[in-house]
Design a protein around this ligand. Structure first.
Ligand SMILES: *Cc1c(COP(=O)(O)O)cnc(C)c1O
Ligand SMILES: [Zn+2]
Length: 421
């Protein structure tokens, strides 16, 4: 069954901060906080419900330089930073004038999440999952992963002194395998694609009650970590919302939670409730949500992924329908770009801003370019691009296309000749 009883979930004194219950996204059915992820009434996904009370800007601003400054908006214990965790967040928001000029728009900001402890935004979701899992009584951190999640889970477990079980497709980029294995948890390469690995994890989660699969049985808590991207962007803009934001889509969770974060800030009076538009970005080789958006469908038809953007290669995205809702409600859209365009996107960002993104970042930049060229993004409105992972993890994607301009003997004349001087 879908309900997994955590070791001490019967305990009445859970401290998960402002979190009060789990609420079904489909039918609104509420259950007490526990390690559950699917509604017992309709099998819809469960989401954390809160009672925030009063949250003030000053308290957030006085908090630590990590996502824990937003602890009063997250399902984590009030003592969260007393326990070892990777403490991600507070990454740079970079004003990208040279990129904006190259794209022919007025103002772009790049949220550079390559600066997290394991160099992707996944540290945010894993840190929240670990904090909640500890409170729920788990002792093992686990996940199925397309790569970045593997890094983040293995590192967070190592730091916490927990065991980890990480399942990856065996075809993953070499860099992502090594940067997971180094933390010395149990890393298992599975002969299959991500969707196969995910199915396997769901099966294992049902049998191993003390394993917290961050994106399966503790997914409602994990997912909330992505809200911190929205909070940070707003705080870094001086407590206001951007006009437009472009977000890469894998399962789609991040996109819906960035929107949830923006809405909460407005409802709590922490920012003015100004309208904003949310845009989604996918690689054409795995673009089921973009296809559903363009066809006007409410459901997403699964695909078999084939793209260099492996961190986004989820053929059956769990949050696909909610992404469609979010994008349509905010008057945004979803575009997809070829692998060739992804590499061009990586190079454009590197060349204009000195930021080396992984393939997912290339998807975001290339999609923004396409959205501008097709008149979907307003060139006069302020736009934020979420750059969610580091280019050092996906060197394979660019290694055949870039390199030294010349290889020369150690002579000044040879260097000048190579430079055409
Ligand atoms: C996982 C991932 C995403 C998207 O995450 P979802 O919440 O599953 O849509 C985006 N960028 C990178 C680099 C990722 O690793
Ligand atoms: Zn339900």
């Amino acid at each position: 069954m879908t309900t997994i009883e955590a070791p001490n979930s019967a305990q009445q004194t859970l401290d998960l901060g402002p979190a009060r219950s789990l609420v079904c996204r489909e039918c609104g059915h509420q259950v007490p906080l526990a390690a559950e992820f699917a509604c017992s009434e309709c099998f819809g996904p469960l989401e954390v419900g809160y009672d925030f009370g009063t949250v003030r800007r000053e308290d957030i601003e006085a908090g630590p330089q990590s996502i824990w400054r937003y602890r009063n908006l997250l399902p984590v214990p009030s003592t969260v930073d007393a326990h070892p965790n990777t403490d991600p967040g507070c990454t740079r928001l970079v004003r990208a004038d040279r990129l904006a000029k190259a794209l022919g728009v007025r103002r772009i900001w790049v949220k550079d999440d390559t600066g997290n402890p394991t160099h992707s935004f996944k540290d945010r979701v894993v840190a929240v999952a670990l904090a909640a899992a500890r409170e729920l009584g788990f002792k093992v951190l686990a996940c199925p992963s397309t790569g970045n999640l593997a890094n983040a889970v293995a590192a967070a477990a190592a730091r916490a002194g927990w065991e980890s079980v990480v399942l990856i497709p065996s075809s993953l980029e070499r860099a992502k395998i090594l940067t997971t294995a180094v933390y010395d948890g149990a890393l298992i390469a599975v002969d299959g694609n991500y969707d196969d690995v995910n199915r396997l994890a769901t099966e294992l989660a049902a049998d191993h009650e003390d394993w917290a699969f961050v994106n399966v049985n503790v997914r409602p808590y994990y997912a909330e970590g992505s809200k911190t991207l929205g909070y940070e962007v707003a705080e870094q803009l001086g407590w206001r919302l951007p006009d437009q934001i472009v977000v890469p889509i894998a399962s789609g969770s991040q996109l819906t939670k960035v929107d949830k974060g923006f809405r909460e800030l407005g409802e709590l009076g922490l920012v003015e409730q100004s309208p904003y538009r949310v845009f989604g970005a996918q690689a054409t080789g795995c673009s089921p949500v973009a296809a559903a958006f363009k066809a006007g469908h409410d459901v997403v038809t699964p695909v078999k992924p084939d793209t260099i953007a492996r961190s986004l290669a989820i053929g059956a995205p769990a949050d696909g329908p909610y992404v469609l809702d979010t994008v349509r409600r905010t008057n945004g859209s979803i575009e997809n770009v070829s692998d060739e365009e992804v590499v061009e996107g990586i190079r454009l960002l590197a060349r204009t801003e000195g930021i080396f993104a992984e393939t997912a970042g290339g998807v975001t930049v290339a999609t923004a370019k396409k959205l501008i060229e097709t008149g979907q993004l307003d060139p006069d409105a302020e736009t934020v691009l979420l750059i969610t992972g580091d280019g050092l993890k996906t060197l394979d994607a660019v290694q055949d296309r870039i390199g030294p301009r010349a290889t020369v003997p150690p002579s000044a004349a040879a260097v000048r000749e190579a430079l055409g001087l």
